[in-house]
Design a binder for this molecule. Structure first.
Ligand SMILES: C[S@@+](CC[C@H](N)C(=O)[O-])C[C@H]1O[C@@H](n2cnc3c(N)ncnc32)[C@H](O)[C@@H]1O
Length: 237
């Protein structure tokens, strides 16, 4: 396994014909990992910091590649507990995933879900904060520039990206411990592929250089993640 470059292998979950049952079970495994390995709280804390830095009456948050909606659901609960008014939109290109998300978030009218390709998003999706968790690694090098540009175009306060570090150690640990905690073959296989498609810090710093006039903060977090926060100052109260 060569960790010097990002892998181009496709994940099983990228198959648009995957059965609904398999997909739902795989998300259960992914959510388990995100919860216990701190992925969710990293995103929540980064969004919270952006909010505290720029007080507003309410916030619109857009999740690009929202998957089953768990991140928005948890973030919405967190913000409600802190008395922050908000509206949230989740975008994903898969209708089957969005069906799971709508079911998950029924009873939360402040969260809406939309089927769209991130790269094609246009008017109607302007927001304060874009979040993007575990989705950037699905994009090949050539498309990431346009992907990031879309985030910058649509958000007025900032962007929070949370994705995987491409690391030999992480790969080896996941190979040993993944099968002990995960139930589905899809999550076990895709977990390893995802790590091999992840990022090195110098690659993220290079991407950040292409987005000048924005403040960038890229930090390594346990477990083998990078959280990349972009902060602008161009919102209207
Ligand atoms: C690994 S999942 C991550 C889901 C969720 N954000 C999470 O943290 O669990 C990646 C998601 O990105 C979506 N996705 C990938 N490329 C996309 C694109 N071009 N436009 C919209 N969604 C996309 C996939 O359909 C998938 O649901």
């Amino acid at each position: 396994m060569d960790f010097t470059v990002r892998s181009r292998v496709e994940e099983l979950m990228d198959d648009p014909n995957m059965s609904f049952g398999l997909l739902k079970n795989a998300y259960r495994d992914i959510n388990f990992c995100n919860k216990w390995l701190g992925g969710e709280s990293i995103t929540i804390q980064a969004v919270w910091k952006l909010i505290k830095n720029t007080p507003k009456k309410s916030y619109t948050i857009l999740d690009m590649g929202c998957g089953d909606g768990t991140m928005l659901w948890k973030l919405s609960n967190f913000l409600s507990k802190h008395g922050v008014f908000h509206k949230m939109m989740g975008v994903d290109q898969r209708e089957d995933v969005l069906a799971i998300a709508r079911e998950r978030c029924k009873g939360a009218p402040q969260i809406s879900f939309h089927k769209a390709d991130i790269l094609m998003l246009g008017p109607g999706f302007e927001c304060d904060i874009v979040i993007n968790t575990l989705t950037m690694h699905h994009f090949e090098e050539e498309r990431i520039g346009a992907f990031l540009q879309k985030f910058v175009e649509l958000s007025s306060l900032g962007v929070v990206i949370n994705d995987l570090e491409r690391s030999k150690v992480s790969y080896a640990l996941f190979k040993i411990f993944g099968p002990l905690f995960l139930q589905t073959h899809v999550a076990k296989y895709d977990g390893l592929v995802s790590i091999s498609k992840g990022f090195k810090k110098h690659e993220l710093l290079q991407m950040a250089k292409n987005i000048p006039s924005v403040s960038h903060d890229i930090r390594w977090k346990w477990a083998f993640r990078y959280v990349w926060v972009m902060e602008f100052n161009r919102h209207n109260n």
